[in-house]
Design a protein around this ligand. Structure first.
Ligand code: PLP
Length: 341
């Protein structure tokens, strides 16, 4: 029998984190410090809103770009970051932030295109870029720079094939947050080299010590070359609801909408109405942020007490990125040792 898989599917590999979970299955009672998922439940008023939407019959397909009233709430939310988007044409509601990232890449990456991502970075970017036929090009970030992505390091990786730059602040996995000057330097570079920026802002509400999120899209000259990605998953502990959105240039959002028509028709409608309520009220966000900040301090202080381990105090997201280089082991060997011992 012939192999029915095409070469793109054949090249798909399970991510390292998921593979590690499979290994952990054989260990009794492991402590799960793994996946990027709030352990908290979705706030009850958000659940109630979805239930009430369903009882009102909001259980049907919505427009492919998502329900218009929900898009209007997203537009109001984005305005709090000085990003002005037309809910009719510049916003699409998607199946999770992942749906937004993958459709943005599917609509913009052509084979041979190079897409710049930082290293380390959330693993799915590279896999998605390759699936679209593009080549991921990694820019290292350094602990000495608090893991911030520097324009000068990005510029070293730009070639005539570079089309897209992906940024993610607050960052998974380093917790780094790009400040205004760093964002402006990246924006200048994007304009100079005519790059599209995919700005993944799914952790934008998880900023600590009073910091406020800034989007690169609000920098002059950037709105027309930026796709903002965001999601309910992390902000409202709604990972399983699969609800995210993208905001960007009309021509790209229009094609993403047609792609969504073909892939999933629309994001789940009860989740859309729950998201509208969540964004209109920011239900539970301050409480969750405070809790994450307290947990950050406990884990960072604890890690720094372990001989041989140092750990930067992250400004955002809910990750810590400890330095284990003094053990002279690869991170995979180190993690495997922790799991087994
Ligand atoms: N972007 C980043 C950086 C992430 O870490 C994640 C999830 O871990 C996502 C996007 C996607 O989240 P979701 O599809 O649940 O919205």
């Amino acid at each position: 029998m012939r192999n029915y898989l095409n070469s793109r599917a054949s090249d798909l590999k399970q991510g390292g984190i998921r593979a590690f979970f499979d290994r952990a299955k054989s260990i009794e009672n492991p402590i799960n410090l793994g996946i990027g998922e709030p352990d908290l439940s979705t706030p009850k008023p958000i659940i109630d809103e979805a239930y009430s939407a369903m009882l009102q019959g909001k259980t049907h397909y919505t427009q492919n770009a998502g329900d218009e009233s929900v898009r209007r709430s997203i537009a109001s939310y984005l305005r709090t970051f000085k990003a002005d988007y037309d809910p009719n044409g510049e916003i699409i509601i998607t199946c999770g932030g992942m749906g937004a990232v993958s459709m943005a890449l599917l609509c913009t990456v052509s084979s041979e295109d190079e897409v710049i991502v930082q290293d380390p970075q959330w693993l799915n970017y590279k896999s998605q870029i390759k699936f679209c036929g593009g080549t991921p090009v990694c820019v290292p970030v350094y602990e000495k720079n608090r893991f911030s992505l520097h324009a000068a390091d990005i510029e070293k990786c730009i070639t005539e094939k570079t089309k897209i730059l992906m940024i993610n602040s607050p960052n998974n996995p380093t917790g780094a947050v790009l400040n205004k000057e760093e964002l402006e330097a990246i924006a200048k570079l994007a304009i100079k080299h005519d790059l599209l920026v995919i700005s993944d802002e799914v952790y934008c509400e998880l900023l600590f010590d009073g910091l406020k999120h800034q989007t690169i899209a609000s920098t002059p000259g950037m709105k027309e070359r930026t796709i903002i990605i965001n999601s309910m998953s992390k902000t409202f502990a709604m990972t399983g609801w699969r609800l995210g959105f993208a905001a960007g240039p009309k021509d790209i959002i229009a094609k993403m909408t047609i792609l969504q028509e073909n892939l999933s028709a629309c994001a789940p409608s009860p989740a859309q109405f729950a998201a509208k309520f969540a964004l209109d009220t920011m239900c539970g966000v301050d409480k969750m942020r405070d809790l994450y900040q307290r947990r950050r301090d406990i884990i960072v202080d604890g890690l720094n007490k372990i001989p041989g381990v140092t750990c930067m105090r992250p400004c955002g997201s809910f990750y810590v990125f400890p330095n284990i280089s003094s053990f002279g082991m690869s991170s995979m060997d180190f993690a495997t040792g922790l799991l087994q011992q």
